[in-house]
Design a protein around this ligand. Structure first.
Ligand code: 5AD
Ligand code: SF4
Length: 471
């Protein structure tokens, strides 16, 4: 689910200011800030679309906003603390600006419900992830001084008909949500409680959204869901579409449209998906396959439903069907009862998989989860952190080795924009999601180029264009 890659904490708190130029200057203005996963960032784009259709305008400057919205994340305690600090800042701002409203959207709204309005009085509006269509009405209620809250979860809502507003994007890559919710019940995870039951979006609306993006010049879509491999849609005529079939439909839009997806649960990714990836050059050979732990005992406590050996076989299968496929992961250190031996199993499975990218976290107990109810959070903080440091440094070594292996190769790169470091340099990504920086010359974002890699750092490949791919 969550970074421009996956779970990119670096994007925390980014502000979206869609459609600024289309807005009537007398319209009420909203400012929206997003935290957490990619899904949340995409949800903010849906919210912006709903508000724009109601005549509200967006602003990048919260000081001129009539209402400030925070799209929040509950996955770890730290994520919630960050939002609370921000809300306290906005409360101060509100004192000097009567009439300004503050709304909390997303997972924290769902988890804390009316607590936000009653006990904490930090906010005026509380809206859960399935209730965004009601936001304009809730704003009206809040304007008249009423408590405005809707945290109903839905079994149907997929926002299928809403075209997310994309103006804050690079114009090349975009997210498309294909499903919502999660039925997996990993014991550490709050998501099934905050985002509800799993439901899949109509494939026609997904393909239409991706095609529209392509027609507008976008060249990469990332299909998003908490667990994309369990995507399954049945229409009125009993025609079903599974994830492999959906991937194919999106890949067929154009060979120039790259397709990525995230997140895959190891138990659900099928050979059919892997073969579909192999069949289409434009489906990126990159899989986010969270392992969480390398110990079968801990995996069982986490309710991940696979063993260490089963996961390793899945990695083998991926490499067999898709040689060179990039694999990334999520790892939690210090889950309840985790021993040094369990921790060594995690380091060992990392040695086996040699992840290209990893999101690594110390376990954070979340109220209401199965783990919070069933197990004791008994690994001391300093042990969790020390294990995390070990996991992070091993991953750094693997990531650097992976980058070094690319030096000397010529790789196809989709250009995403100007490099942060220099106007004279462009950057893009390879199929395996590696960032490549190279001299601008006459190339433009949205184009594909072949780049000969001459050097690398742990995070970036450096090279030069040897031949453009697209005319
Ligand atoms: N503590 C730490 N990390 C967690 N994650 C989910 N819940 C928790 C938690 N309670 C991590 C998992 C998941 C990623 C999105 O966040 O690794 O895959
Ligand atoms: Fe949480 Fe597990 Fe669902 Fe991912 S698959 S959202 S970790 S319950």
């Amino acid at each position: 689910m969550l970074d421009q890659k996956v779970h990119d904490e670096s994007r925390q708190g980014e502000a979206y200011a869609p459609g600024v130029e289309t807005v009537n200057e007398f319209a009420k203005k909203f400012y929206i800030e997003s935290y957490g996963c990619q899904m949340n960032f995409n949800d903010s784009e849906i919210v912006a679309s709903i508000l724009q259709n109601e005549g509200f305008g967006a602003t990048r400057n919260y000081e001129e906003a009539d209402f400030i919205l925070l799209n929040t994340c509950s996955i770890r305690e730290k994520a919630e603390q960050t939002v609370r600090t921000r809300l306290t800042e906005f409360r101060k701002l509100k004192r000097g600006k009567p009439g300004m409203l503050v709304g909390v959207l997303g997972c924290m709204a769902e988890r804390l419900k009316s607590k936000f309005l009653e006990e904490e009085k930090l906010v005026d509006i509380v809206v859960g992830p399935d209730a965004y269509r009601t936001l304009p009405g809730l704003i009206q209620e809040a304007e008249t001084g009423q408590k405005a809250i809707n945290v109903l979860l839905s079994r149907e809502e997929t926002y299928a008909d809403i075209n997310p507003v994309r103006l804050d994007s690079n114009g090349v890559t975009a997210f498309v949500s294909i499903m919502r919710g999660c039925n997996n019940m990993c014991t550490f995870c709050v998501v099934p409680f905050t985002r509800g039951r799993e439901r899949s979006r109509d494939p026609h609306s997904i393909v239409a959204e991706a095609r529209d993006l392509y027609d507008r010049g976008f060249r990469e879509v990332t299909l998003l869901g908490q667990n994309v491999d369990s995507y399954y849609y049945i229409n009125g005529e009993d025609q079903s579409t599974n994830f492999a079939q959906l991937l194919e439909k999106v890949a067929l839009i154009s060979p120039l449209l790259r397709v990525r997806f995230s997140t895959s649960h190891p138990k659900d990714i099928t050979d059919e998906v892997l073969y579909t990836m192999a069949k289409y050059e434009n489906i990126c050979k990159y899989i986010h396959l969270p392992v969480q732990s390398g110990s079968t005992r801990v995996l069982q406590l986490m309710n991940r439903t696979y063993t260490r050996e089963w996961y390793m076989k899945k990695v083998d299968r991926i490499k067999e069907i898709l040689p060179g496929c990039g694999i990334s992961t999520d790892i939690i250190t210090g889950f309840c009862t985790e021993t040094e031996e369990d921790h060594r199993d995690t380091l060992d499975i990392m040695e086996y998989a040699k992840y290209d990218l990893a999101y690594m976290f110390a376990y954070s107990e979340r109220p209401g989860t199965l783990a919070a109810r069933r197990y004791q959070d008994d690994v001391p903080d300093e042990v969790k952190k020390r294990r995390l440091t070990e996991v992070v440094s091993l991953h750094r070594r693997h990531a650097l080795e992976g980058m070094q292996q690319e030096v000397g190769k010529t790789l196809k790169v989709l250009i995403e924009g100007t490099s942060k470091r220099s106007e004279e340099q462009l950057f893009g990504r390879t199929d395996q999601n590696r960032v490549v920086v190279f001299p601008r010359e006459h190339y433009k974002k949205g184009e594909y180029v072949m780049v000969k890699v001459n050097d690398c750092t742990a995070a970036t490949l450096l090279g030069e264009v040897v031949e453009p791919v697209e005319a």
